[in-house]
Ligand binder design. Structure first.
Ligand code: FAD
Ligand code: SIN
Length: 535
């Protein structure tokens, strides 16, 4: 028996906890849960391929004078258009600093400046409060450090290129998972399953996200009967550099350090749209860029030429090098930028311990809808959310579920591949991503959303949902979540935060509710209900 299968067999006989995903949320939860039992961490591709890996700006936390958790709370509420769950947000800002300390105790070294930690400025933050690593390579360093630590633990087992295709649900309780690896499907039972599967930015053809970000966690949870919420709130990052069809994020921290946005005539224009100009909330800056492009018929550029070249190279080494590689020397040239899908605010609905509405199933990080971000996420709050709420999940599970008996061992079966079907799935995937960008993107309106929904529903009829073939399963996940996003965007007849309706451009004071979808047995369509915000 090959080494991987032997390890898996041993693990299966003593399986305690399963974590789907190896970004910050998954890795951190794994480290904490390993104190209570054996942990299996699965990654769709390599451990490193995740949204976390690409994070640039850093991680926000109010670490003390003159900043405070109360100010961090207020800034997040303002950016979130008052749509945040106040209790969840309070947990985020109050427990954030402890999470940072915890990372430091685990050996994560944040960048320093003078006597203390280097703190960066980003849009809509009242203070410099964004911690970073390696200038603009925060995510890569976080993953490296936590993965290295996790590898040293004998009771954390990693499986890469392991595509989770289903959750095993019995009498309303999640009992385990089923995943695909090199032609075989494995079934494994456990005491708790954590979804740490990240977001779904890759549902859109223009995105900062890697191809693994296809909202699988939302689809898995939905099919397991869990409630999913707030899916209309997809955040578009304002400043992305495109080279042919490839995208590269230009961190908001670049504007935080004095980078301007200018139009074709070299004029700064964002102050026409928000009093804080380039450092206004992300949704407003993103729309301002598109409006400016439409109004002038030209491009929009980031201008850093007034900043010292040595500062740019030291502060943003990854960005400087990548832009140079793609033909632009940002120390002396203007950099063309435009928005792209970046972050899923909505996701699997969770409570303050990251429990979903299905027993035994938890969701943490970008795949969860914890309510902290409201209608528009404040920059660098995502890594913080992953940290704070995966810690809560791990302690809840450790204290409440670790005592359970070991579940049944693993089993496996072989899958037959159908190359033609997989090719068809890849072709529809490309078309779907273009459709989502064009019809369910930054600017939405009823007739166009209806067209999108009709097309998505046609595509949904093509494949059998019970398939275990990754390409097809992934497409089905993307179609389902696209369907839910389009439906939620249609139902929310107002504009709020990053959800902008051309036909309803104002915010409706009555619409202070979350749109929630939950699958009901025997019902093939999408069922929707509303839950009013607490407080
Ligand atoms: P991810 O890091 O995305 O990890 C998801 C994991 O789930 C991956 O390991 C993937 O393989 C696995 N997975 C998914 N589906 C399956 C499946 N079916 N089977 C098995 N495994 C699966 N936020 C900030 O706060 N600060 C920043 O500076 C910042 N910069 C960013 C820059 C970029 C370019 C991007 C794309 C995002 C950035 N964000 C930033 C957002 C932030 O990085 C993410 O929201 C956060 O890292 C999500 O972490 P996560 O652990 O929830 O998910
Ligand atoms: C960035 O560096 O601009 C991304 C930060 C974030 O998404 O929070």
């Amino acid at each position: 028996m090959e080494e991987r299968e032997q390890k898996l067999k041993n693990f299966g006989e003593n399986s305690d906890f399963i974590i789907i995903g190896s970004g910050l949320a998954g890795l951190y939860a794994a480290l904490l849960l390993s104190r209570y039992g054996n942990v299996l961490v699965l990654s769709k591709k390599s451990v490193a391929e995740s949204n976390t890996w690409y994070a640039q700006g850093g991680i926000a936390a109010a670490l003390g004078d003159p900043d405070s958790p109360a100010q961090h709370f207020a800034d997040t509420m303002t950016a979130g258009a008052g749509f945040n769950d106040p209790e969840a947000l309070n947990i985020l800002v109050e427990e954030g600093p402890r999470g940072i300390k915890d990372l430091q105790e685990l050996g994560v070294v944040f960048d320093h400046q003078d006597e203390g930690l280097a703190l960066g400025q980003e849009g809509a933050h009242s203070f410099r409060r964004v911690l970073r690593i390696g200038g603009d390579a925060t995510g890569r360093h976080l993953v490296d450090s936590l993965y290295r630590l996790a590898q040293q633990k004998e009771n954390i087992y990693f499986d890469e290129n392991a595509f989770v295709v289903d959750l095993i649900v019995d009498k309303g309780e999640c009992k385990g998972i089923c995943w695909y690896h090199e032609g075989k499907v494995f079934y494994l039972y456990s005491k708790a399953v954590i979804l740490a599967t990240g977001g779904g930015g890759f549902l859109f053809s223009r995105t900062t996200n890697p191809e693994t970000a296809t909202a699988d966690g939302v689809a898995l949870a939905y099919h397991a009967g869990a409630a999913v919420a707030n899916l209309e709130f997809v955040q578009f990052h304002p400043t992305v550099f495109f080279k042919e069809s490839k995208a590269f994020l230009i961190s908001e921290a670049v504007r935080g350090e004095g980078g301007y946005l200018v139009n074709e005539a070299g004029e700064r224009f964002v102050f026409n749209y928000h009093k804080d100009g380039e450092l206004g909330p992300r949704d407003i800056v993103a729309r301002a860029i598109v409006w400016e492009m439409n109004n002038t018929g030209g491009k929009v550029y980031l201008d850093l030429r007034h900043l010292p070249a040595h500062f740019i190279k030291e502060r943003f080494p990854t960005i400087y090098t990548k832009c140079l590689e793609w033909g632009v020397d940002i120390t002396v040239e203007l950099l063309p930028v435009c928005p792209a899908s970046h972050y899923f605010i909505g996701g699997v609905k969770v409570d303050y311990d990251s429990k979903t509405t299905v027993k035994g199933l938890f969701a943490v990080g970008e795949t969860a809808s914890s309510g902290v971000h409201g209608a528009n996420r404040l920059a660098s709050n995502s890594l913080l959310e992953a940290l704070v709420f995966s810690r809560r999940a791990a302690y809840y599970i450790g204290e409440n579920l670790a005592y359970k008996d070991h579940p049944a061992p693993a089993k496996q079966e072989t899958v037959t591949y159908n190359t033609k079907e997989s090719e068809k799935a890849l072709q529809i995937k490309t078309e779907l991503r273009r459709l989502m960008w064009e019809k369910v993107g930054l600017f939405r309106q009823e007739d166009v959303l209806l067209e999108a929904l009709q097309q998505i529903e046609e595509w949904m009829k093509i494949f059998d949902y019970k398939t275990k073939i990754p390409e097809i399963k992934e497409l089905q996940n993307m179609l389902l979540v696209s369907r839910l996003i389009a439906e939620a965007s249609l139902q929310r007849r107002e504009s709020r935060g990053c959800h902008f309706r051309v036909d309803y451009p104002d915010t409706s004071p009555e619409a202070m509710y979350y749109l929630i979808f939950q699958k009901k047995d025997g019902f093939k369509g999408v069922q929707l209900h509303c839950s009013f915000l607490p407080g």
